[in-house]
Design a protein around this ligand. Structure first.
Ligand code: G1P
Ligand code: ZN
Length: 544
């Protein structure tokens, strides 16, 4: 095999963020940029570990080109076998499942998740380890250190692989196999949920569903699951064809970006159930007829009902949520007598808790939920969970929510994002606010007393690793919270996220409008952080 050693010099901006390395396509297209980062991933692995590698992405622009490069580098670096998704496509949850199934060394996912794609959009690369989950911070730190000193990478000279053709081809000393992950993933789901029960929902045609794949990765998986295996009407899955630019849209399943679905679900002939997923298939949004379920509430409902799902007959063993996620699931955990862990933002922090069986369910406010079945969040899994639950309860989504709130109280919750603001000013906002925290503790703002505030830090109970500066928290006397963080996934300027939460135990107050209910907290959030002054923005760019 003809291995070429290519000289290179470091790039200083290859520090992985909340979820891998994300940059504009143009940045990735610079000579050696992708290669450097990939080599640094390989260099962080021991030679004897290089056995099976899986490669795939969400199909965005530059996916195919990047895969051809990574294949040749993986062969040069000594992998024995490389599996690659057909047409270069593998959803993030399917990747996690495949790594676990094949006991692979790891997987490389090419995605910038919910960020827009196309030549002017974003690209990204993420390494998942042999448990199927995102590389832990220890490893991403090491990869980053490698990127600062790299002086060469290895690649073999070989013809490109036909990514559309299933089958095995030799490449150098390795074998490359193009695989279809859709059937495998669907089989896996069939094993976790009661498909016969769900089928009865669709059988008479009375129950209608709409799933928006947003021209991203879940289209083929969703068609197989909902339309072929579960008997939902053809056309249930909309925007099903994965496109390199996601049809010009922003593949983020929320009320703003999944507007086509939202219009249907709140329109006159709304289906019973609606859902959407993101670019790489790990996020989900759940809607009922004229009803939206916040991701935090969705997690709480799942926790309260896990025992109804065949794959989880023994019920909830423990649960975790990211710190900014609402405390709705904490209430459920309390009632069920299990522990609720509070972790920093990002799925990688759930890995150890899942591996050590401390939890079997976890989620984030950012439209992510998942379980111990894999080590990533899983959009379609969450949709199937809700379908199975609707079939068990024979209730509408709105009724399920009302019952839940009656039992546990309601956590009004919203996130306000200020996107693409000036980075320096955003950092100043955070540092100014942090510096004032000790003076603010105990004070009343607008008659609302701050009982505690801090900069969240987390010590992993399994490996004792410590993660600091994970978000500024303000806790109020009635249990309300305001949290401020800067995003770790954006590619332009900075994004300030403000998370607002208010608990309402009284069920007579459970039908109120969320933004109105949070109005006072929203005002306080502005007063505390002087958002307008630092960001120059009158309003958030996205409210979820
Ligand atoms: C965002 C979400 C976070 C999620 C991540 C990857 O990260 O807030 O919960 O894990 O995307 O999907 P952020 O941009 O806030 O750092
Ligand atoms: Zn995603």
């Amino acid at each position: 095999m003809n291995i070429q050693q290519i000289s290179s010099t470091p790039f200083t901006d290859q520090k992985p963020g909340t979820s891998g390395l994300r940059k504009k396509v143009d940045v990735f297209k610079q000579a050696h940029y992708l290669e450097n980062f990939v080599q640094c991933i390989f260099n962080s692995l021991g030679d004897s570990d290089k056995d099976i590698l899986i490669i795939g992405g969400d199909g965005r622009f530059y996916n195919r080109q990047a895969i051809q490069v990574i294949l040749k580098m993986a062969v040069a670096s000594g992998f024995r076998k490389i599996l690659v998704g057909q047409s270069g496509l593998v959803s993030t949850p399917a990747m996690s499942a495949q790594i676990r199934k094949y006991k692979a060394t790891g997987g490389i996912i090419l995605s910038a998740s919910h960020n827009p794609g196309g030549p002017d959009g974003d690209f990204g690369i993420k390494f998942n380890t042999q448990n199927g989950g995102p590389a832990p911070e220890k490893l991403t730190d090491q990869i980053y250190q490698n990127t600062l000193t790299i002086d060469q990478y290895q690649i073999i000279e070989a013809a490109d692989i036909d990514l559309d053709q299933l089958g095995t081809t030799p490449m150098g000393n390795a074998e490359v196999e193009v695989i279809d992950t859709v059937a495998d993933y669907a089989d896996f789901m069939q094993h976790l949920f009661d498909f016969e029960r769900i089928k009865t929902l669709f059988r008479t045609g009375a129950f209608q569903m709409s799933f928006d794949a947003m021209h991203a990765i879940t289209g083929p998986y969703a068609k197989e699951l909902f339309e072929r295996r579960l008997g939902a009407m053809v056309g249930t899955v909309m925007n099903a064809e994965p496109l390199e630019d996601f049809g010009g849209g922003h593949p983020d399943p929320n009320m703003v970006h999944a507007h086509e679905l939202v219009e249907q679900m709140f329109g006159p002939k709304a289906p019973d159930f609606g859902a959407a997923s993101d670019g790489d298939g790990d996020r989900n949004m759940i809607l009922g007829r004229h009803c939206y379920v916040t991701p935090s509430d969705s997690l709480a409902v799942m926790a309260a009902n896990l025992h109804h799902i065949p794959g989880y007959r023994n019920g909830l063993s423990g649960v975790a949520r990211s710190m900014p996620t609402s405390q709705a699931v904490d209430r459920v955990a309390e009632v069920m007598g299990v522990h609720c862990y509070e972790t920093p933002t990002g799925w990688k922090f759930f890995g150890n808790l899942l591996d050590s069986k401390k939890i079997n369910l976890c989620g984030e406010e950012s439209f992510g939920s998942g379980s111990d079945h894999i080590r990533e969040k899983d959009g379609l899994w969450a949709v199937l969970f809700w379908l199975d639950l609707i079939a068990v309860k024979q209730q509408s989504v709105a009724e399920i929510m009302q019952d839940h709130w009656r039992r546990f109280g309601r956590h009004y919750y919203s996130r306000h994002d200020y996107e693409e603001v000036d980075k320096t000013r955003a950092e100043e906002l955070m540092s100014t606010l942090k510096a004032r925290q000790s003076e603010l503790a105990g004070q009343a703002i607008n008659g609302y007393k701050i009982t505690a505030c801090d900069d969240f830090s987390y010590t992993d109970p399994v490996d004792n690793s410590c993660s600091e500066n994970q978000g500024l928290r303000f806790l109020f006397e009635d249990g309300s919270r305001i949290v401020y963080r800067l995003s770790g996934t954006g590619t332009v300027g900075a994004t300030l996220r403000v998370y607002l939460e208010r608990y309402e135990p009284n069920s007579e107050q459970h039908q109120l409008d969320t933004q109105q209910t949070l109005a006072l907290l929203i005002k306080i959030a502005e007063q505390l952080a002087r958002i307008k002054e630092f960001t120059g923005r009158e309003q958030p760019s996205v409210i979820t």
